[in-house]
Design a protein around this ligand. Structure first.
Ligand code: DQA
Length: 146
């Protein structure tokens, strides 16, 4: 079973981007840790990062063909992209919304997630651990299927 990890705009700069908010780990370091954990659990993992809304939508569409689930940090698109929301609703695999920061205790505009209602669940505020928790959540959902 393959799990896809999608990171949206500006997340390629993790480590140097506002480290007080998003932590000091690079996206590569987070992905490496996810990969190691996923492998130990018996999953394949694929990674995709783009700051382009359409590319994220295309990757979500493709994921329905060969992935069992998606871990998605849509970055700022979280707060206003109805197109990404519709792409998630269009595919029949679980998508877990993740955020490094706690989007509920920051700017007002971050408190709205337009994708949350169509995601299987949401995890925010644990820094890079949010991604690890999302992997665990998918593992629980998949149970013995793998
Ligand atoms: C984020 C939170 C978003 O509000 C922000 O635009 C990001 C990162 C997070 O992981 O905390 O780019 O998704």
């Amino acid at each position: 079973m393959k799990i896809l990890v999608i990171n949206g705009p500006n997340l390629n700069l993790l480590g140097e981007r506002e480290p007080a908010v998003y932590g000091g780990d690079s996206l590569q370091a987070i992905n490496d840790e996810l990969f190691t954990r996923a492998k130990r659990m018996g999953y394949d993992m694929a990674f995709f990062q783009s700051s382009n809304e359409g590319s994220i939508i295309d990757r979500l569409h493709d994921s329905r063909l060969d992935c069992a689930g998606v871990i998605l940090n849509a970055g700022a698109y979280t707060h206003y992209s109805y197109a990404i929301r519709d792409a998630i609703a269009a595919i029949n695999i679980p998508v877990i919304e993740v955020h490094l920061s706690n989007i509920n205790n920051r700017d007002e505009f971050r408190k709205t997630s337009v994708i949350a209602p169509v995601c299987r669940g949401s995890i925010a505020g644990f820094g890079k651990i949010s991604y690890m928790l999302a992997l665990n959540a998918l593992d629980y959902l998949f149970g013995e299927q793998k």
